[in-house]
Each structure stands twice: as C-alpha cells, then as structure tokens.
Write a protein that binds this ligand. Structure first.
Ligand code: FMN
Length: 349
C-alpha cells in the first residue's frame, strides 16, 4: 500500500515523496514578467515538496492576463527563473514550470499596444479582471483565425524549451481554470465551426497539438498537464465534461507524457473518470488534507496529491505531515499582494 512518504518515479526524476506543491499565482514578478529574488526565496523554502509546480507563467506577450505574473519568453525572464530553479535545486528539490495563455481572461491594459485578447470564439466573460490599474471589465475577445493557431502552439513549445534552459525539471501545460486551452475544450465557450470546434475531438485538438509540440521540444517524460473540469471560475461550464475529459485523457495517455494532474473544483468526479484511462502518473488535487490524501494514495486512486493553500502558509508541509506538527492558516489578503508579507514570512515549524 503506497503512502504519501513513498518515492515516486516520474520519467527519469525520482520524487522523494508524493506531496506536490500546486501551481499558484502569487504576483511577485516585476512588470516585465521577470521572476524576482523574493520568488527564489519563496520557492526555495518549499523545496521539501516531492515536486513543486510553478505558478502559471505566460508564453508570449499576448498571453498575459494578470499584473505581476511571470513569463517565459524573454532572456531576462529565463535568467530570473534560473535563480528560482537554482534555489530549489540547492535545497534538494525539483520544480516544473506551469505554462499558459490567458485567452479571453486577458484585458487590453495588460497587453502590448494594439493587441486584442483572443479566444476560440467572440464571447466575453461576465465580470471584471483585477489589475494594478484597478478593476477592468472583461472585453469581447477576437475570435482566432485558424491560420493564427500554429504560431500559438509554437509559443508553448518555445516556452517549454525556455523552461528547460532556465533549469526546470519539466513543464506542466495549464489546460485548467478557464484559460485559453480550457476555452477550446469547453463547448459553451468554443463555438467554432472549423477543425478546432464542434465535436469533442475537434475541441481537444488545440490541447493535443500543444502537447505534441512540447514533446518535440523537450521530450514526453518531462511533460505534465493540468485539468479542472467544470470549475466555477472564468465562466467555465463544460456542458459535456463526461465526453471531453475521458477522450482527452485517452489521447494524452497514448502520447506517453509523465503525468496528468486533475483538480476537482466542480461537480464532476474527475479523479474517478480519468485515472483508469491514463497510463502515466496521476496527481489528484484540490481540497485534500493529510488524511484524505493518504487514503487516496493508499487506495491507488492517485499516485501523488497536490496541495495548494496549505503550502502557502506551511513551507515545510511534508515535514509537518511527517511529524504531526500543527498547520498554519493562510491569509487570502496577501495571495496576490506585493512583497514578503504573506509570502516568504510564514515560518517552518
Ligand atoms: C492563490 C492561488 C493561486 C492559484 N493560482 C493557480 C495557477 O496559477 N495555476 C493553477 O493551475 N491553479 C492555480 N490555483 C489553484 C490551485 O493550484 C489548486 O488547484 C487549488 O488551490 C485547490 O487546491 P487546495 O484546496 O489544496 O488549495 C491557485 C490557487 C490559489 C489559492
């Protein structure tokens, strides 16, 4: 019976435990998307995780959807990330980069002059995006022309290559949370009439082409992907999740990538639905505590458990699980603020 404290083989990487740190946007990069020294301290503090997955990182200037998030498309960003990966490796840890394109979550104030937000279809999100310039309404995105898609796919492959150059151990494609890849999967958001819309296989095409391009760039055993079917965020609906996600998983399994990361953040039993269809490692996330994570791994329903908020306020989470030390609560007010407060000032037990 496996435990959270057993090692897990992931391609050529050995995770010393099955306690994974979730990708979490913390907004401590600079305005140019360059990771800061403070970020190196933060991630280094959390190197006891079996694996760290970085915060979502944008693949091109046109893909940025929030203030002070990091990118992976300039030399300065790669150099900034190198300090982060060095800090994690120096403390014996392992770290993957999570890469994304925000699609219709982008707002013009965050994009280069003249660049419009893009999406599979011209349908806006209801509500506002919170930027350093204040709250701004989401806009109706421009529907991507089919001829534009290959260059976006290529941006992901280049970002994956940049991640390896920056010292990351691998790359997770962010296909969750209602960002561009998820926008293509969701039939309530994707109303295209071409090869990228309509049928389930057409809506999965964009995600699978990106994975194929990433495999070409860095190799299958350094790649993971995150999904969060029916998450209540960014107007995601996933009306036919029960058709889309099993199909997507079977296709991903055939590509032989290292892991599938499912976050159960909606009313769809993602873990039960996809785990049996995937031959690589399965990471289960969202809402787990130590006991429920142990039970999940012991039953074989997941190979590792992904912890989010608990890692914000407990940098030494695996050690606390092992010793039974009390857990500290995180402060949501400092999730996306500036500076060290609520970021690098949570002490180890
Ligand atoms: C502050 C914060 C930022 C997040 N940013 C991301 C992100 O960049 N990428 C992502 O895939 N999920 C993101 N998430 C979702 C987490 O990865 C995770 O799925 C979620 O917190 C549920 O897990 P938990 O119950 O263990 O916290 C974020 C969550 C929080 C709390």
């Amino acid at each position: 019976m496996a435990s959270l404290f057993d090692p897990l083989q992931l391609g050529s990487l050995t995770l010393p435990n099955r306690i994974v740190m979730a990708p979490m946007t913390r907004s401590r990069a600079d305005e140019a998307g360059v990771p800061t020294d403070l970020m190196a301290t933060y991630y280094g503090q959390r190197a006891g995780a079996g694996l760290i997955i970085s915060e979502a990182t944008y693949v091109s200037p046109d893909a940025k959807g929030y203030s002070r998030i990091p990118g992976l498309h300039t030399a300065a960003q790669v150099a900034g990330w190198k300090k982060v990966t060095d800090a994690v490796h120096a403390k014996g840890g392992r770290i993957f980069a999570q890469i994304f394109h925000c699609g219709r979550v982008c707002v013009p104030v965050l994009l280069p002059a003249g660049v419009e937000p893009v999406a599979p279809s011209a349908i806006a999100i209801n509500g506002k995006n919170y930027t350093d310039a204040g709250p701004v309404d989401f806009v109706v995105p421009r529907e991507l022309a089919i001829v534009e898609i290959p260059s976006i796919v290529n941006d992901f492959a280049t970002a994956a290559q940049n991640a390896i150059a920056a010292g990351f151990d691998g790359v997770e494609l962010h296909a969750a949370s209602g960002y561009l890849v998820h926008q293509f999967l969701d039939g309530s958001i994707n109303k295209r009439g071409d090869a990228y819309g309509g049928s389930v296989s057409n809506r999965c095409r964009f995600a699978l082409e990106i994975i194929e391009a990433m495999i070409g760039a860095i190799g299958r055993e350094r790649i993971g992907i995150k999904i969060s079917p029916r998450i209540k965020f960014n107007d995601v609906a996933d009306p036919d999740a029960g058709d889309v996600y099993p199909y997507l998983t079977s296709q991903l399994s055939a590509k032989g990538i290292a892991y599938l990361h499912g976050a159960k953040q909606g009313d769809y039993g993602v873990h039960e639905a996809v785990r049996p269809l995937f031959q690589g490692a399965y990471f289960a996330g969202a809402g787990f505590d130590q006991a429920s994570g142990e039970a999940m791994v012991a039953s074989g329903k997941a190979d590792a458990i992904v912890y989010g908020k608990r890692f914000i306020s407990n940098p030494d989470l695996p050690a606390r699980f092992a010793s039974g030390a009390a857990l500290a609560d995180d402060n949501a007010k400092t999730h996306y603020s500036k500076g060290a407060e609520g970021y690098t000032d949570y002490p180890a037990a």
